[in-house]
Design a protein around this ligand. Structure first.
Ligand code: ADP
Length: 288
């Protein structure tokens, strides 16, 4: 199976930043993402996560390296405007601040905005808007004014607006960062549902460990390079490397590491509370 996204030797500099940092903001980055994957991109502030997302969505053009989407080299000079539109349609982006992404005064008009711009026939737009609002659990707010909604609800409307354009992949760029814990949970649940139930490929940029732990794979970035890439339990085994990069591990993983220091060795670093509880229980029963 061909990967949905393939990135080879990607390098990018903002003119002034390259002088300050003396090297590129994205520095020889390579990875592959398959259709249906749920990948978190984790990294400290300034590690290059947003820049990488903008390169994948063709908002920025790399200095060198290649990006293939569905087998097509999107860095190729022969890309036409239609090709670029096709890429933007297949990879949607949800940003950090929901207020900057909502354009209409009624929720359903907002969700319809994207498909309207794609020239979709109006009956189909109606169906897409209804389905998208259902997917994020916001159907009952279809006739509400977006500015009266909570942060989490606004962000779910923004996600519905992207889903209505039927992308194959959605990049969430710190989409929960401005939300309260309830809003973050709502949005995380919507993201997971889109991936697991609709098969949409998810690339979720975050600096929250607990959120990254819910992905199937984590790519860790530091200073423009990938320093770790693997399943969450593998990533969180590397506690000291993560700490060197200004990152931590989820609290439950930290607990497993501390238990290890006291001679209580569990199989692996748990990434969720449930996993940790199961491992501790198993250890206790085996000990008896
Ligand atoms: P992250 O998303 O991990 O916080 P970014 O991709 O936003 O990282 O930023 C990576 C580096 O690029 C940082 O040093 C940042 O200051 C710099 N940078 C980001 N955007 C710009 C810009 N528009 N112009 C110049 N430098 C930028």
């Amino acid at each position: 199976m061909n990967p949905f996204i393939k990135v080879c030797g990607l390098t990018y500099s903002y003119d002034d930043e390259a002088v300050v940092k003396k090297h590129a903001v994205i520095n020889n980055v390579s990875f592959e993402i398959n259709e249906g994957d749920f990948v978190a991109v984790l990294g400290h502030n300034g590690s290059g996560k947003s820049t990488l997302a903008k390169l994948l969505n063709m908002i920025l053009v790399p200095d060198s390296g290649e990006i293939y989407v569905n087998g097509k080299n999107i860095c190729d000079d022969s890309m036409t405007d239609e090709d670029i539109l096709e890429i933007r349609k297949s990879i949607g982006m949800v940003f950090q601040n929901p207020d900057n992404q909502l354009v209409a005064t009624i929720v359903e008009d907002d969700v319809a905005f994207g498909p309207e711009n794609l020239g979709i026939p109006s009956e189909e737009i109606r169906a897409r808007v209804d389905n998208a609002l259902k997917d994020v659990g916001m159907s009952e707010f279809a006739h509400h004014e977006p500015h009266r909604l909570s942060g989490g609800q606004k962000q779910r409307v923004a996600i519905a607006g992207i889903i209505a354009m039927m992308p194959r992949c959605i990049i969430f760029d710190e989409s929960t960062a401005m939300l309260d814990p309830v809003g973050r949970k709502e949005v995380m649940n919507s993201i997971i549902r889109l991936n697991k139930e609709k098969g949409i490929t998810v690339i979720m940029i975050t600096h929250y460990m607990e959120e990254a732990a819910r992905a199937d794979r984590i790519i860790v970035m530091n200073d423009g390079s990938i320093i770790l890439d693997g399943v969450p339990s593998y990533i969180f085994e590397n506690e000291s490397l993560l700490k060197e990069c200004g990152l931590s591990v989820p609290q439950c993983t930290e607990l497993v590491h501390r238990l290890r220091e006291h001679g209580i060795c569990l199989d692996k670093a748990g990434v969720s509370i449930e996993e940790c509880a199961d491992m501790i229980l198993k250890h206790i029963t085996e000990d008896k």
